[in-house]
Design a protein around this ligand. Structure first.
Ligand code: PMP
Length: 430
């Protein structure tokens, strides 16, 4: 498989060598790094990527769920270029940020007030900061293996890639605790132990990076009850899950958090994050009523806001239903392929995103997930390399998602490539 990959990608190899000379590791987008180098992408349109090697790949990764409308959607391109041509970035507010804030507030009943930043990382960082300021507590509870970006607090307990993180100060590690996902008893025990000291429990309602693992019945309700009883805050990281319904996973599962972090498509493909929720909590950022600092050169950038507005316009309830249905169809059909293959492999997910796990065991948390646990070259990575060689672009952790330009033909293509890739690696995984 690796030989075949290298045969297809000589220009990517050259570009990666060039990149490594001036950037450590060549690039930060490690999720699509297939040993010994990643594929460089030149451009993309709809659901097709064109690589630097001239290959055309069907994109089932969509920049880790950011490109929910596919690539270069004409309405978004038009809105962004029109806004950018009128000047961009004034160190002054513009009307577009209010418009996008209104749109998020309308769609998401738990969000009364919202602020913009530049990434999902900044969104969760500021949500946690708000929780600490509001409660006066500084202990944070999170899920074992959950990824919420790259600021210190949330990097604690990201065990997925098995690496330690010597850049996190030890005193940060001391004020973060983790619990396994979907284990209500462990959550009750953690709240008994930490309840009075907790600023918040931060949770992605579907564990995304850890393997697209949906919540068990009642798990999120239990989290809601426990946070309320302990007088602490429930923070939903909806950076990936906001695509599940107009109001995100909180609408789909009927659980109302105090604060929510947003990212990915919220800026129409330009760097963007947002965080919001209860007005009395968000007041910590109001210079008249609170004193938590949040500023940034690119916060609420008008071009980004225009991109976000055009994206939310297109991503209405009908569009969401359509991609959720396509996702359900894909999962059903991939389940059949897995069953027929008689291999220890299964598909998890909900709505328009899903993942593949090479195990027979029920996948309920980071420990039972097979995403990111194995060393390089293991069956999971081999499988996704096989899929990539067969023309479907995915991360080597396996996350896949549907974009709005897709239809039955793209699901057919995925299922065919999936079946073929499974037989490519069958001897390794059996
Ligand atoms: N939270 C979740 C659930 C994510 O999936 C990610 C990114 N994949 C982040 C936060 C961080 O977002 P960003 O990469 O924009 O900083």
């Amino acid at each position: 498989l690796t030989e075949e990959y290298e045969r297809r990608t000589p220009e990517s190899r050259r570009l990666f060598e060039e990149a490594g000379a001036v950037m450590p590791g060549g690039d930060t987008r490690e999720v699509t790094y297939f040993d010994p180098y990643p594929t460089f992408v030149e451009e993309a349109s709809g659901c097709t990527l064109t690589t630097a090697d001239g290959e055309e790949l069907l994109d089932f990764l969509n920049n880790y769920t950011q490109a929910v409308l596919g690539h270069a959607p004409p309405a978004v391109v038009e809105a962004v270029t029109e806004r950018f041509a009128r000047g961009n970035g004034f160190a002054a507010p513009t009307r577009e940020a209010t418009d996008l804030a209104e749109r998020i507030v309308e769609r998401t009943p738990s969000v009364e007030s919202v602020r913009f930043a530049n990434s999902g990382t900044e969104a969760t960082m500021n949500a946690v900061r708000a929780a600490i300021a509001h409660t006066g507590n500084d202990h944070v509870l999170k899920l074992d293996g959950a990824f919420h970006g790259t600021h210190d607090t949330v990097l604690v307990g990201v065990t997925g890639d098995g690496r330690e993180n010597p850049g996190i100060p030890r005193n940060v590690e001391e004020r973060v605790s983790t619990v396994p996902f979907n284990d209500a008893d462990a959550l009750v025990e953690a709240f008994e132990r930490l309840g009075d000291d907790l600023a918040c429990f931060i949770v992605d309602p579907i564990m995304g990076n850890a393997g697209v693992i949906p919540p068990r019945h009642d798990y999120l309700e239990t989290a809601r009850d426990l946070t309320e009883d302990a007088d602490t805050l429930l923070v939903f990281d909806e950076v990936m899950t906001y695509r599940l319904a107009e109001g995100g996973a909180q609408e789909r599962y009927g659980v109302t958090p105090d604060l929510t972090a947003f990212g990915k498509f919220i800026g129409g493909g330009l760097p963007c994050g947002a965080f919001g929720g209860r007005e009395d909590v968000m007041a910590v950022f109001d210079p008249v009523r609170g004193s938590v600092t949040h500023s940034g050169t690119f916060n609420g950038n008008p071009t980004t806001m225009a991109g976000g507005l055009a994206t939310l316009d297109a991503l209405d309830a009908d569009a969401i239903d359509r991609i959720n249905d396509l996702g359900a169809t894909a999962r059903d059909r991939l389940d059949e392929v897995c069953a027929d293959a008689d291999l220890p492999v299964q598909v998890t997910g909900d709505g328009s995103f899903f993942n593949v796990h090479f195990t027979d065991e029920e996948v309920v948390d980071a420990a039972t997930s097979t995403t990111g646990h194995e060393s390089s070259g293991g069956p999971t990575e081999q499988f996704f390399l096989a899929l990539r060689n067969r023309g479907v672009f995915v991360a080597r952790r396996g996350l896949m998602n549907v974009s709005t330009p897709m239809g039955d033909a793209e699901i057919d293509a995925l299922v065919d490539a999936f079946e073929a890739a499974l037989s490519d690696v069958a001897p390794a995984v059996a």
